[in-house]
Design a protein around this ligand. Structure first.
Ligand SMILES: [Zn+2]
Ligand SMILES: [Zn+2]
Length: 154
């Protein structure tokens, strides 16, 4: 079920945080899209409304909203951190290192792994939004060489 930005604001208040114009705007922007947005894009959107806003304040607010679980944050590598509202059921991303294509996958794929960690290590892994890196089908087809275990050597 889609959470509207009003629901998100209500949750923010319930958690004991103030609804500042900036937090409201960030949640509104993220609530309107079903895409991930980078911190840079979000900063641009905020600056369109509040031109003098401080970059680090926007980034701190994004971190806060992510920590509170109102938005989720995923690290796509190479400094690309993106944010989204939990619109659809939990999902993960397969990210191609070569062409940066992204494939969205159902989180069910990880249910067994998560369960395995719990059984074996008694560890409850938080796997609600992951980016896994590798090579997509197209790129693999173009690269007959076997991918080594150390992508840094490529
Ligand atoms: Zn995602
Ligand atoms: Zn690729």
């Amino acid at each position: 079920m889609t959470e509207t930005h009003t629901d998100l604001l209500a949750r923010l208040v319930k958690l004991g945080y103030r609804v500042t114009p900036q937090r409201e705007l960030l949640l509104a922007v993220l609530g309107e899209t079903d895409k991930h947005l980078s911190a840079e894009t979000l900063l641009e959107r905020v600056r369109a409304v509040y031109p003098r806003v401080n970059k680090s304040v926007v980034y701190r607010n994004l971190e806060l909203l992510a920590q509170l679980g109102l938005i989720s944050c995923v690290d796509f590598g190479q400094g690309r951190v993106e944010y989204e509202v939990h619109h659809h059921p939990h999902h993960h991303h397969l990210v191609c290192r070569n062409c940066h294509a992204m494939i969205e996958i159902n989180s069910d794929a990880f249910a067994d792994i998560q369960h395995g960690f719990l059984e074996t290590y008694g560890f409850a892994a938080e796997m609600d939004h992951l980016a896994l890196f590798g090579l997509c089908r197209d790129c693999r087809a173009q690269m007959p060489v076997q991918l080594s275990h150390h992508p840094h050597t490529l």
